[in-house]
Design a protein. Structure first.
Length: 300
């Protein structure tokens, strides 16, 4: 299949009304499941969408909706070197994270049925039907990264994100609000082209997967968003989507060809390094995908 400018224009568009409604239904029903359960409804929690669904950069039909259920009365702290919780007046929560995850799981099963929910290492998969799409429901605690400074009212300053412990161990920290805010800002500054190019590159990835191009097989959607985020802003001065995409792939592909040129790159939130051993992807993997993407469209 030849890919033309008209193809890119089509790929740049957001989810259809039907897809958006199914996403909204999944989020709404998860909220109802939490509210309906007596063991969790009284807790101080926040239920919110995150990821590509919230940012409207999701592209695949029937793609998952990421929903975070955050317990606000407990947090995973990160303190400046040489300090401990007592320096900040903090104390341990009476509710452990794994107990909270169990409570969330019970609420989901009670509402959707045992066959409608699968517990995974990181999240619960609430299965799709004709009315809603799959939802990945992630129980979290707040994550507080203390800066060591104080606010004007004397309270300790910290950056707020979310964090969770997979069943297999470890701690994963994310910054959904900062990711969302930065994406909105970049989209506005590029005349709304930023998110369109994310959708285009994701759909190109999907097309390459359909064509059995190996380098596209294990390229996560969020990695693509972060690669576009780190592209030279001059790309958006180009007139067509073809020109912008070629510029982004060439620019980011060249700079991911070695560690030195991208070692300080961050995720969209700019609070987490893009290429570190804690990430589920590597700089080499990203570069191989970009090189394959250039081979697929570079002749245009």
């Amino acid at each position: 299949m030849n890919i033309t400018e008209d193809t890119f224009i089509s790929w740049s568009k957001g989810p259809s009304k039907t897809e958006s409604e199914k996403c909204d239904n999944a989020e709404r029903l998860v909220r109802k499941a939490i509210k309906a359960d007596a063991d969790i409804s009284y807790l101080d929690i926040s239920v919110f969408a995150q990821g590509s669904y919230r940012a409207r950069t999701n592209v695949r039909q029937n793609s998952d909706v990421d929903i975070c259920i955050c317990y606000n009365s407990a947090f995973f702290p990160e303190y400046p070197k040489g300090t401990i919780k007592e320096n900040f007046g903090n104390f341990d929560s009476n509710l452990s994270f794994y107990d909270f995850k169990d409570i969330v799981g019970k609420a989901l099963v009670n509402y959707f049925g045992k066959s409608g929910v699968t517990r995974g290492n990181k999240a619960f998969d609430v299965h799709q039907n004709t009315y809603r799409i799959d939802a990945d429901v992630v129980p979290t605690f707040e994550h507080r990264c203390y800066t060591g400074e104080k606010n004007s009212d004397g309270t300790h300053n910290y950056l707020s994100g979310v964090a969770f412990k997979p069943d297999k161990g470890g701690l994963i920290k994310n910054w959904p609000q900062q990711t969302y805010d930065n994406g909105i800002s970049r989209n506005l500054s590029t005349n709304r082209k930023y998110k369109r190019l994310i959708r285009i590159l994701k759909r190109l990835r999907d097309k390459m997967q359909d064509e059995n191009i190996v380098e596209a097989k294990n390229c996560p959607s969020f990695l693509i968003e972060c690669l576009v985020w780190n592209a030279d802003i001059k790309a958006y001065q180009k007139e067509t989507y073809t020109e912008i995409l070629r510029y982004i792939i060439a620019d980011v592909g060249n700079r991911t060809s070695n560690d030195a040129d991208c070692s300080e790159w961050g995720e969209v939130n700019e609070l987490k390094y893009l290429f570190r051993t804690s990430q589920p992807w590597t700089r080499k993997q990203a570069n191989q995908f970009l090189q394959a993407a250039w081979d697929r469209i570079g002749y245009l």
